[in-house]
Design a binder for this molecule. Structure first.
Ligand code: HEM
Length: 197
């Protein structure tokens, strides 16, 4: 099960975090306009990452990994490579180099070195998720979505080309999931974790 979660999170090769939404800052992979294993390539280079707080104190803290080159990772990403034990604020005081590998670290290394393997595994688990969408799934109402929605990430290269700049690509690979799809995806991940330990 965890292996499928690793494959799924490779979707973070696309898109970004935003201060006004999650409170985190920046993209996992800057300037990325297509789906590939870049997320894993970056993650596998453990020495490049340092944790910084881009938020405030206490509940407002937002600890994220930063490489000084505009790439970022969350604890929920890095846990696939390292056995991190964040404190209540999400801070990991030890250097990643001194922390042991997590049980999925070999998958990270595999996907970092083999894009085709990752694409195959990602395709399979993403399809499984989409196929399993439950009609009774409780999704945010249109009103609440409207309230929390911020402008989508601008497609690299200005976003004007290709009609809609790739924002409504009709399901083609590389399309960014909207908030509604993210909610579905997260519900399904939770469901999978529950039923397939
Ligand atoms: C443990 C599960 C996950 C966590 C904790 C997580 C966390 C996040 C966070 C914090 C953001 C930034 C939100 C913002 O500030 O606007 C984000 C964005 C994103 N996530 Fe995830 N995510 C998870 C699973 C997934 C999955 C399963 C997919 C797709 C298969 C996915 C695809 C994306 C994409 C494409 C974005 C960028 C959206 C944009 O640019 O507007 N995530 N995720």
């Amino acid at each position: 099960m965890m292996r499928r979660c690793v494959a799924l999170l490779g979707a973070h090769t696309l898109g970004r975090t935003r201060p006004e939404a999650s409170g985190y800052r920046g993209p996992w992979v800057p300037g990325q306009d297509h789906l590939d294993n870049r997320y894993f390539v970056d993650m596998a280079e453990i020495a490049r990452w340092n944790q910084i707080n881009v938020g405030g104190q206490g509940d407002d803290a937002r600890w994220q990994y930063d490489d000084g080159r505009g790439h970022m990772m969350l604890n929920s990403d890095m846990c696939f490579a390292k056995d991190i034990q964040p404190d209540e604020e999400g801070r990991v005081t030890q250097s990643l180099n001194n922390i042991g590998d997590s049980s999925t670290a070999s998958r990270v290394v595999l996907y970092a070195s083999n894009n085709n393997q990752w694409l195959t595994d990602f395709g399979a688990v993403f399809t499984k998720m989409i196929d399993n969408v439950d009609d009774d799934l409780e999704l945010p109402s249109a009103d609440s979505v409207e309230e929390i929605t911020v402008a989508p990430t601008q497609a690299p290269g200005g976003g004007g080309g290709g009609g809609d700049g790739g924002r409504n690509g009709g399901g083609r690979v590389g399309r960014r999931p909207g908030r509604r799809e993210m909610a579905e995806v997260l519900h399904l991940m939770a469901e999978l974790l529950d039923t397939e330990k």
